[in-house]
Design a protein around this ligand. Structure first.
Ligand SMILES: Nc1ncnc2c1ncn2[C@@H]1O[C@H](COP(=O)(O)OP(=O)(O)OP(=O)(O)O)[C@@H](O)[C@H]1O
Ligand SMILES: N[C@@H](CCO)C(=O)O
Length: 321
């Protein structure tokens, strides 16, 4: 359940007066999501999402996230548009938290995506990469090599509680990635968390992307590796090459990959599997029992990491040269 901060109707109405958003008719907390508190508001004008930014979001990053959504929607990408206040600011404050109003996007996320959906996601990701060009702010990826070491230092001593031998295995993986991580590939603004729950569909048609709160500047093809990890494995842990092929083809139909990007795909998939393993492991070890948030399983990403370690060539992901 992701409503960490309660709001009172009086405070909400006062907050809304700073916007040209119409009269409040109803509001309710949204249970999904783990990072921030989200509310769905109905007003005399249009439905809106109110987000209160919680502890894991650095307030200094908010101009990047909100500015990026604005930049991307201006370039035709379907993503939430932050509503400016009457004074022009995109960010306000409510119940002691930084807060923003963003446009409501129609659609539902897919619980059981199929290959055709993966193809659409690949194409939408590439469109986002192109639409991100020219965005004037930058944000380094806090969850890349350096950030992984920081996270690992906080979990390492207890990792073997989750599975025997993890301390050694992950230590070696981090060393390997530090030595072999590619540097000279095309970079730009990436979403960095484009999981199925952040992509909306209306029927079988992709209707929009949400949740840009991990967005940053990094290698573009690293973003594709995140999507291969989060969309193209089945519940039993098997990689679905039909989905992978559709996703890569969808991506390349908009933005063809270079030979160097293709060659780097296996190691980037290892890195992105490790990234989600590490954040999930940290949460697994630190979230108190009884907290209202559903903890995500780190071992799901450990399995994926082991799969990628055995991949020698991007064709094993479905890429046809
Ligand atoms: N612009 C939007 N339009 C419609 N629904 C939205 C919008 N933004 C968020 N939601 C709803 O709120 C839920 C949580 O949003 P979001 O994924 O941004 O939260 P979060 O706490 O940052 O989650 P996480 O990082 O775990 O994915 C979404 O699953 C969706 O149901
Ligand atoms: N998508 C992340 C969670 C929050 O962004 C995960 O599944 O671990």
């Amino acid at each position: 359940m992701a409503v960490y901060t309660d709001i009172s109707e009086g405070d909400l109405k006062a907050f809304l007066e700073q916007y040209d958003a119409g009269e409040l008719t109803s509001y309710k907390g949204i249970a999904e999501g783990v990072e921030n508190s989200n509310f769905l508001l109905h007003t005399s004008k249009s439905p809106l999402i109110l987000t209160l930014y919680e502890k894991r979001v650095d307030k200094n990053d908010l101009p990047f996230f909100l500015g990026l959504m604005h930049h991307l929607s201006e370039r035709g990408l379907n993503c939430p548009l932050p509503l400016p206040r009457k004074d022009g600011a995109l960010l306000g404050e409510l119940s002691g938290r930084p807060a923003a109003l963003i446009s409501f996007l129609e659609g539902m996320w897919l619980r059981k995506p199929e290959a055709q959906h993966c193809g659409e996601v690949g194409a939408a990701l590439a469109r986002m990469h192109i639409a991100g060009e020219g965005f004037e702010l930058t944000r380094p990826n806090a969850l890349s090599l350096e950030g992984w070491h920081v996270l690992w230092a906080k979990s390492e001593a207890r990792a073997d509680e989750v599975e025997e031998g993890l301390e050694t295995e992950i230590g070696a993986e981090l060393d390997f990635l530090a030595t072999h991580w590619p540097k000279d590939l095309a970079s730009g603004v990436i979403h960095a968390d484009l999981f199925p729950d952040n992509v909306f569909f209306l029927g079988d048609t992709l209707s929009g992307l949400i949740d840009f709160y991990f967005a940053c500047n990094d290698l573009l093809v690293y973003d594709l590796s995140i999507c291969l990890n989060s969309w193209c494995f089945e519940k039993d842990g098997a990689y679905n090459i039909t989905k992978g092929k559709a996703m890569i083809e969808g991506y390349q139909s908009v933005r063809p990959l270079s030979a160097a990007e293709i060659e780097a795909l296996p190691i980037l998939c290892r890195g992105s599997a490790l990234r989600f393993f590490l954040t999930r492991l940290y949460d697994w070890l630190t979230t108190p029992a009884g907290a209202l948030v559903v903890k995500k399983d780190p071992l799901e990403y450990l399995k994926k990491l082991r799969f990628h370690r055995a991949v020698t060539n991007a064709s094993e992901y479905g890429l046809i040269a």
